[in-house]
Design a protein around this ligand. Structure first.
Ligand SMILES: [Mn+2]
Length: 239
């Protein structure tokens, strides 16, 4: 079978003199290991360019990065909000909308889960301490490829065949989902009830709050998330 192509979103680098965009190699490696071909999708403003970017891909991975600007979920800036990129938010929201219209499968990771939720009308906690109850530290000081907390997974979700009921994940997020977007289900939570994975009810949109790409070398189950996503994109292409 011909290899399918998966687009990876980029982040901006803060070099004022020589603006650049990049993505972490972990995503690239995990996609290649899954049997697909990764390509980078740079942030841009032109709708026609975005359309054309989508013509090139069979799947989209919305990668991690800075916080989403709270303006996009109609909230005002709190003291605990981190840095954000209006340009990246605007681009990714357009990309996600157009991608879902074309029914191209999508996998959101960390910020990716958050921006997918916001694109479909959901909201975020600007800091995990803003939840009404005590929460763990979700910004780990452990190495990136080691887990720090458990997640409890719903039967019937995309994660269940891989993780079963409970599994252990890494954690690099100080924000999390507050109100879930319409037509999505929460499919995994941590012990302190933070939303750690979501899934669309009818479209092929999956998202996780942890970073499977950072763990994929050490933990085959993390690689399996990418393998299953690639399989989903191949099935979709065959339709
Ligand atoms: Mn976490």
């Amino acid at each position: 079978m011909e290899k399918i192509i998966i687009g990876l979103t980029c982040c901006e680098m803060e070099d004022i003199e020589h603006p650049a965009q990049r993505t972490n190699e972990d995503y690239i490696d995990a996609v290649i290991e899954s049997g697909a071909v990764p390509i980078l999708l740079p942030i841009c403003e032109d709708n026609e360019v975005i359309e054309k970017q989508l013509d090139c891909i069979d799947g989209l991975i919305v990668t991690g990065g800075v916080d989403v600007n709270p303006l996009f979920y109609h909230d005002s800036y709190s003291e605990k909000q981190g840095s954000s990129s209006f340009r990246r938010d605007t681009y990714e929201m357009k990309l996600i909308k157009m991608c879902s219209e074309k029914k191209i499968p999508m996998l959101g990771i960390c910020r990716g889960q958050q921006i997918i939720n916001v694109t479909f009308g959901g909201t975020l906690f600007q800091d995990n301490t803003m939840l009404s109850h005590e929460v763990f530290e979700h910004q780990q000081k452990e190495k990136k490829d080691y887990p720090v907390h458990s997640v409890h997974v719903d039967k019937g979700s995309f994660l269940y065949p891989i993780f079963k009921d409970t599994y252990y994940v890494n954690s690099f997020h100080h924000q999390s989902i507050k109100d879930l977007a319409k037509d999505f289900d929460v499919i995994a939570r941590s012990d302190d009830h933070i939303i750690e994975a979501i899934q669309h009810q009818t479209l092929d949109i999956w998202a996780v709050q942890f970073h499977p790409e950072m763990m994929h070398n050490r933990d085959k189950k993390m690689q399996e998330i990418f393998n299953e996503f690639t399989k989903k994109c191949e099935e979709r292409k065959d339709v």
